[in-house]
Design a binder for this molecule. Structure first.
Ligand code: ADP
Length: 270
């Protein structure tokens, strides 16, 4: 069914490493205690997915993560009839499983999904907390612990792909951004194993690249990419090659822009 490496289920394990940027942990806990859905807004690679994984583990709830894409339909989330050994059997999708089990369901980049997806979310995001399944005639009441979390990147200026007010006004919303430099150094050092002194210039370069957002670059460099650069360096790769592969090439295909970015690298690393 779900064509997919796009769906992952994680059990309640030890909470993955997460550095808080503000009061998002307390806010998420309050939302979870009161059955309120949460929308995480922010650029790609800034820690939204890690935050949800951390919170689900902290709350001791299983987590279903669905990476939404433009072919994702309501049936991919809810489930469908499948032929198994000559018999037709109903197979729950990740949203239905989360609703039955009282898990956290995280819809990453929810605006990418087909429009029929938002329709199934509505009755789950008000105090009915139900999931109607037309195909089976079932109406499932969400088990205690069920929580809907969605993310989207408001940075992409795509008018066709924004959340309708009728959908977004059903969620508490938390704004995410890249961590402040000292926190980012700590994150990158921890994730890559490279020592903080060697991570610092990478983070400084990251700050300079982010300042170009909206001019030469559509998006600044993500924390994820800085982790990649540091990981390559920790493996023994030369700094300039690692930086080019992880922090420059992924940002642009334009030769002139790339030259400008490489000048920034020289300015930071000498
Ligand atoms: P998003 O979901 O916003 O696209 P991710 O959560 O996948 O981004 O973050 C990308 C990577 O950045 C994570 O795998 C992690 O290594 C690192 N990261 C970013 N922010 C944090 C943070 N606050 N604490 C720990 N790791 C972080």
């Amino acid at each position: 069914m779900n064509r997919s490496a796009t769906i992952a289920k994680e059990g309640a394990a030890a909470a993955p490493f997460y550095i808080e940027q503000g009061d998002e942990i307390a806010l998420f806990e309050a939302a979870a205690a009161n059955d309120l859905p949460v929308l995480l807004k922010g650029p790609t690679g800034c820690g939204k997915t890690r935050f949800v994984a951390h919170m689900a583990a902290r709350l001791g709830r299983p987590l279903y993560t669905v990476a939404c894409h433009d072919d994702l339909t309501a049936a991919d989330l809810i489930g469908r009839y499948l032929l198994k050994g000559g018999e037709t059997v109903w197979v729950d999708g990740p949203l239905t499983r989360a609703v039955r089990e009282g898990a956290v369901c995280y819809l990453d980049e929810v605006v990418e999904a087909r429009k029929d997806v938002t329709v199934v979310l509505h009755p789950l995001t008000d105090d009915r907390r139900i999931l109607p399944i037309d195909r089976t005639g079932e109406e499932i009441e969400a088990a205690p612990g069920f929580m809907l979390v969605a993310s989207y990147n408001p940075g992409y200026q795509n008018i066709l792909k924004t959340l309708k007010p009728s959908t977004r006004q059903r969620f508490l919303a938390l704004e995410f951004d890249f961590p402040p430099p000292e926190a980012e150094v700590e994150i990158v050092a921890r994730e890559s194993g490279l020592d903080a002194e060697r991570v610092r210039p990478l983070v400084r370069l990251g700050g300079k690249l982010r300042a170009l957002k909206g001019q030469d670059l559509e998006e600044g460099v993500s924390t994820r990419l800085i982790v990649y650069a540091a990981t390559l360096i920790a493996q023994g790769m030369k700094v300039d090659r690692a930086v080019e592969a992880a922090m420059i090439e992924p940002l642009t295909d334009d030769a002139d822009v790339k030259r400008g970015l490489l000048d920034l690298v020289t300015a930071v690393f000498g």
